[in-house]
Write a protein that binds this ligand. Structure first.
Ligand code: KIV
Ligand code: ZN
Length: 519
């Protein structure tokens, strides 16, 4: 900043990867995985982490508690509907947090009030005010969202906003819940609201945009131009349906176009790519190669003309530097000769903690086994190893003990599998159309799950032919969708692990969806 320029206002980055992101079909995460992502978000200097929806399940409640205890720099938030039970549960989960926030919401559009809530606008207003008052009785920092704000009648939006600010809400969030708005309309709505509500100066205005029309980032940026000072977003744009505004795109747009945007963020952008990879490997949602900022091709220049230009003067074709968003932080971490101390300190740098020495010993064994097969062990390998170990140690997990596959051209592949469940080993053999099909058929002979395979994908965890293969298996049963993960240098082993992991997760009870009808 030169001395004649005004200091920029701060834009609060509110990350909801662990809440709205987890609402992506199949993206459910375990408590330990959520803690690892939360620590990565803290390192990136995200201001607020929405860690979950405490009332939705015991698992979500415990994950919020664990994050509240592990993260000290970022504010930790729990979502709650505008009812006392939800709000009290959120407050309970946040008890250990250094800084906590309750985010309570109710739908305010005519279509949601009439068909989903079956409530009159005055009842909705009364419930919203009551909820904010209860929340403020339990915590200082309360955010209120008008769900489906972009389809809400303007006069009602003003009434409810003024009332909840008076009741103590410090942040007013105006979601484009169904991704219906366009940038001009959304920006105008925010500006008009901020100019119309008499106590608007007592709150920060926030935006939360869904990507159904591919406009989530554009809408959020337009709203920032209009005065919004908090933006809700997710890593890799994960989220309900087509997802939420992508954190990496928002942050880099603001940083790259400081001539256009009147705000600055606190984000350490060098953590963007490692965090994106972590979220992708944990959720099993691969990042498309041409995805802005974090896609494998985002900084690759294929055409001769571009390469020539870049070599002469980088800025001819590059508006950001790959290293500024963390592409080069994929550093060589460890190898075959690395010992316990080196592994332990690298894991600590990655924010990975162990409950017992025995757990660490097990991981060290796995690390050595991997280092025998793979010369260089990168951070992504360690993350995959830890995920694999954590998934296998879940209570009641179906664990792969042994796998044999016979595949010969012209013959149907055969597989023989041994799986352990509750300390007993079970084996089965099957054939299939391909090697992976034979493995899945053998597993199904053991469990008869009745689920449908919706997706099978393999991605290299790192570069090189000795890379581990990260496999995602998506299963559907009775409308529930579950993603399972597995990683190994042998992709058939990774496939078996991923299928078993999906089956293990399928047995856990489902979570309550925050946007259910009724209240
Ligand atoms: O999209 C939405 O409206 C939400 C709210 C619960 C904030 O996710
Ligand atoms: Zn949402």
């Amino acid at each position: 900043m030169n001395s004649s320029e005004q200091p920029k206002e701060k834009l609060i980055i509110f990350d909801t990867t662990l809440r709205d992101g987890e609402q992506s079909p199949g993206a459910s995460m375990t408590k330990d995985e959520k803690v690892r992502i939360a620590i990565a978000l803290e390192k990136m200097r995200v201001d607020v982490i929405e860690a979950g929806f405490a009332i939705s399940s015991q698992g979500d409640f415990e994950a919020i508690q664990a994050i509240a205890r592990s993260v000290t720099e970022s504010r930790i938030c729990s979502l709650s509907r505008a009812v006392s039970g939800d709000i009290e549960r959120a407050a309970e989960a946040l008890k250990g947090a250094n800084a906590g926030r309750i985010h309570t919401f109710i739908a305010t559009s005519p279509i949601h009030m009439k068909h989903k809530l079956q409530m009159e606008p005055d009842q909705v207003l009364e419930q919203a005010v009551g909820a904010v008052k209860i929340a403020r009785g339990l915590i200082d920092d309360v955010e209120f969202s008008l769900e489906d704000a972009s389809r809400t009648e303007f006069d009602f939006m003003c009434r409810i906003t003024e009332a909840v600010i008076s009741a103590g809400a410090r942040t007013i969030n105006l979601p484009d819940t169904v991704g219906y708005s366009d940038p001009g309309e959304y920006a105008a709505m925010i500006k008009r609201l901020m100019n119309s509500v008499p106590n608007a100066d007592k709150a920060i205005f926030s935006v939360h945009c869904h990507n159904d029309l591919g406009l989530a980032v554009a809408n959020s940026l337009a709203a920032i131009q209009s005065g919004a000072r908090q933006v809700e977003c997710t890593v890799n744009g994960l989220g309900e349906r087509a997802g939420n505004a992508a954190l990496e795109e928002l942050v880099m747009a603001i940083r790259t176009r400081q001539d256009v945007f009147p705000v600055q963020t606190n984000i350490d952008a060098t953590h963007i790519v490692p965090t994106s990879r972590l979220v992708s490997s944990i959720t099993g949602f691969p990042v498309q190669p041409n995805k802005a900022i974090v896609g494998a091709n985002a900084f690759a220049h294929e055409s001769g003309i571009h390469q020539d230009g870049i070599l002469k003067f980088r800025e001819t074709y590059e508006i950001m530097r790959a290293e500024d968003v963390g592409w080069s932080t994929n550093k060589l971490s460890l190898g075959k000769l690395s010992g316990r101390a080196a592994l332990s300190s690298r894991l600590e740098e990655l924010g990975i903690k162990f409950d017992s020495q025995e757990e660490f010993n097990q991981l060290f064994k796995r690390f050595k086994a991997l280092a025998d097969k793979k010369r260089e062990i990168f951070d992504e390998d360690l993350q995959a190893l830890v995920s694999d170990a954590q998934l296998g140690s879940e209570a009641d997990a179906l664990t792969l003990i042994d796998l044999e596959v016979l595949s010969k051209s012209g013959q149907a592949p055969q597989s023989k599998i041994i799986v352990s469940y509750q300390d007993k080993q079970h084996s089965a053999e099957a054939s299939g159309d391909g090697a992976v099909d034979a493995i899945f058929n053998a597993i199904e002979k053991l469990v008869s799950s009745g689920s449908n395979l919706q997706l099978y994908s393999v991605n290299a965890v790192t570069e090189g032919t000795d890379s581990q293969g990260g496999v995602t298996v998506r299963l559907e049963k009775d409308g529930r969708i579950i993603n399972g993960q597995g990683a190994d240098t042998d992709i058939l082993v990774a496939s078996a692990k991923a299928y078993l992991n999906a089956l293990t997760l399928m047995r856990n009870p489902g979570r309550l969806h925050p946007q259910l009808g009724g209240i």
